[in-house]
Design a protein around this ligand. Structure first.
Ligand code: NAD
Length: 310
């Protein structure tokens, strides 16, 4: 087994986490490619400028927007604005072959098994032994995602679960699959600790692994209390945030930061994958969250969520 020396990375998915992970890699001196889908429609502004869907700035729109945002968000995902130069934007349709230049490919797309499985099928033709491939899934089975891939690919595949925001959150869960080379897991753990400055916990491939299994359970309990006792979003956050000594983890603010659609998928993942009906019943997405998602209020990323900003 070739051992990983991570000189370059490729991050696929430039949303909340993909952009944060790319920024943290750049902070750590690792150049990376940041890919997302090429848009199927022009924005009004692009149409006014006379651009077409083939224009590079349109095709790379999502990754470009993510890079622009990581420079100006406060607190910024980047240690220094110029580190953005280490990130090369691209799109999946044109630039996927370029992942062959990377030593580590990190999948950070929507939290849906089928989408992730399909993406790994598209990645494999450009994969070569020595490239580590990982998923940032919040809790989808690592073995299920990779089950249609070759033995060699599965040997190099694992979960590397960063927490939000990646610049600040110290934890990474590494989740080996049945076939992941244990030596590679050790090497990735050492790399994440020494080069990325993270604290790594090895987790088993069970629904939502460790931190999210517990965290989701707790968050659902908070949402139930809020609904049953008639508390407001502000009252809940006043009782679960800075006043409790948790400066960044007031509950509803955290949900807005995570993304309510992602939270919904993460809750569904446990309910659909645990055998015990009593446990299934505990992992039910509350109506309040479903309603917000239906209305396109996904949290920070859509400009509105529990906290109304539009
Ligand atoms: P997001 O919604 O912000 O971004 C998802 C990105 O994936 C988007 O840019 C979208 O264009 C792209 N995408 C969607 N469907 C795709 C497809 N079929 N093929 C390729 N690209 C596609 O989501 P996020 O919050 O960044 O979450 C990404 C992953 O990270 C998920 O697996 C999520 O569970 C996990 N995660 C999220 C958080 C969090 O706090 N949001 C924390 C840890 C892990």
């Amino acid at each position: 087994m070739t051992q990983p020396t991570i000189r370059r990375a490729a991050v696929i998915g430039s949303g909340v986490m993909g952009s944060g992970i790319a920024a943290h890699l750049a902070n750590s001196g690792i150049p990376c490619l940041l890919l997302d889908v090429a848009p199927a429609q022009l924005t009004e502004e692009e149409a006014k400028l006379g651009l077409t869907l083939e224009h590079p700035s349109v095709r790379n729109r999502l990754a470009n927007a993510a890079i622009a945002k990581m420079k100006k968000t406060n607190p910024a995902p980047l240690y220094a604005e110029e580190f953005a130069q280490r990130i090369t934007p691209g799109n999946l349709e044109d630039d996927l072959p370029r992942i062959a230049e990377a030593d580590w490919v990190i999948e950070v797309i929507v939290e849906k098994l089928e989408a992730k499985r399909q993406l790994f099928g598209r990645i494999e033709p450009y994969w070569r032994p020595g490239i580590v491939v990982s998923s940032n899934t919040s809790g989808i089975s690592i073995n299920e995602m990779a089950k249609e891939r070759s033995e060699g690919f599965r040997g190099h595949f694992m979960g590397t679960h960063f927490f939000n925001p990646p610049r600040y959150m110290k934890l990474i869960e590494i989740i080996p699959g049945h076939d992941t080379d244990p030596e590679l897991v050790k090497r990735m753990k050492a790399f994440c600790e020494t080069k990325l400055g993270k604290g790594v916990v090895l987790a088993k491939d069970t629904p939502n692994f460790i931190a999210n299994r517990i965290g989701t359970y707790g968050m659902l309990a908070v949402l139930r209390e809020m609904a049953e006792k008639g508390y407001t979003v502000e009252e809940i956050d006043a009782a679960t945030g800075p006043a409790m000594g948790r400066p960044k983890s007031a509950s509803m603010r955290t949900l807005d930061l995570v993304g309510l659609d992602t939270f919904e998928h993460v809750v569904d993942n446990v309910r659909n994958n645990v055998a015990d009906p009593a446990e299934q019943a505990l992992f039910e997405t509350p109506e309040a969250v479903r309603e917000l998602v239906k209305g396109g209020r996904l949290g920070e990323k859509s400009g509105a969520g529990f906290y109304c900003k539009r």
